[in-house]
Design a protein. Sequence first.
Length: 139
Amino acid sequence: MVSYYTEDISFNFKERRLTNRWLKFVAESELKRLGDISVIFCSDNYILDVNIKYLQHDYFTDIITFDYCEGNKLNGDLFISIDSVRENASFYGTEFADELNRVIVHGVLHLIGYDDHTEEDIKVMRSKENYYLSQREKV
């Protein structure tokens, strides 16, 4: 089950049902099952505090994924900075909703086991993101 929360911001995520179906499709396509995933929408400052406190990283980011997976069952917390998503959408010339969906699926792909530390990892991750984004409206 995917649950949605906010911390320190006011944000109304309206596409919960579609997103839940989509993430179930993503998981099943990767031979995984959705467990308990919390998506926490927050500000840049909140995610910076999380980054410093839990990862000892002193920088802003659009998403932090905490992986609590058990076998093929996806469990985790996705902290998403709405501030950074808005900035990235503007920078990349894309719609806010499209960038938000990219960040959400990026976090789920991390739970599945994909990484983005090397150039090759980044290419694979981006390819998976693009594919699943193209499937979103079809589920």
